[in-house]
Design a protein around this ligand. Structure first.
Ligand code: AMP
Length: 226
């Protein structure tokens, strides 16, 4: 049986987190828990949470830690997560969220946080070309479009540019990443829970690098990740 995993994936916007998290969730047969996807679904459905979140998301601002951690804690309590684990995408984004996540997960902590490293000039290029499905969140780009007329290959939804992939919102998100999220790398490193991989090159190559660091860690620890 494929062992589960409890993973957090870190990286700048455009580092390929979404794509790699989907791949890892298939590889380890665990749910992909993306705070961005959950929030975009809430916006689309017009729920109270979505109405509260939309404006800040469009401007590239971070939502409050309380709101995010309540949403994440609720998802992590569900039976699929409890049975096999998770790949957490887009959270934590602040040290406060990471501390609260450890509390939510207690007594079984995270296995590993993986940082996908991509130079800023490259993420800017990727973000400008990025297109996503409004229904399932599948990722495409101008150079790798869906097969038929911007219709999602996975679910048939419309494939568009994200509202927060404007030049202004992108620069705000990258600024917040440096200020609020990058310190998490040291935070996880100091807890011996961090591995870094290069996010450049083909998506398949990046997935192989990520699986390799996870499996090497499992081997070193006699089948366990922590
Ligand atoms: P993402 O798809 O992960 O880039 O998230 C899109 C937007 O959702 C972000 O720019 C934030 O406005 C909001 N968001 C998602 N996750 C978080 C989080 N962990 N903390 C605060 N805001 C978040």
């Amino acid at each position: 049986m494929v062992p589960g995993a409890r993973l957090v994936v870190l990286g700048k916007q455009g580092a390929g987190k979404g794509t790699q998290c989907v791949r890892l969730s298939h590889h380890y047969v665990v749910p992909h828990v993306s705070t961005g996807d959950m929030l975009r679904a809430a916006v689309k459905q017009g729920t109270p949470l979505g109405r509260k979140a939309k404006n800040q998301m469009d401007r590239g601002e971070l939502l409050g830690d309380d709101l995010i951690m309540e949403m994440v804690a609720e998802r992590l309590r569900e039976s699929d997560v409890r049975a096999r684990g998770f790949v957490l995408d887009g959270c934590p984004r602040t040290v406060d969220q990471a501390e609260r996540l450890a509390t939510v997960l207690h007594p079984v902590d995270l296995d590993l946080a993986i940082d996908i490293e991509v130079p800023t000039h490259q993420v800017l290029r990727r973000l400008a070309a990025r297109r996503v499905c409004v229904d399932c969140g599948a990722n495409y780009s101008v150079s790798n479009p869906p097969m038929i007329n911007w219709t999602c290959d996975v679910c048939g939804g419309e494939v568009v540019q994200r509202q927060d992939d404007t030049e202004e919102a992108i620069s705000r998100r990258l600024e917040l990443y440096e200020r609020q999220t990058a310190p998490l790398i040291d935070w996880y490193r100091s807890r011996h829970q961090l591995e870094s991989v290069s996010g450049t090159g083909a998506p398949d190559a990046v997935t192989r690098r990520m699986v390799k660091v996870i499996e090497e860690r499992r081997d070193r620890r006699g089948g366990r990740l922590t």
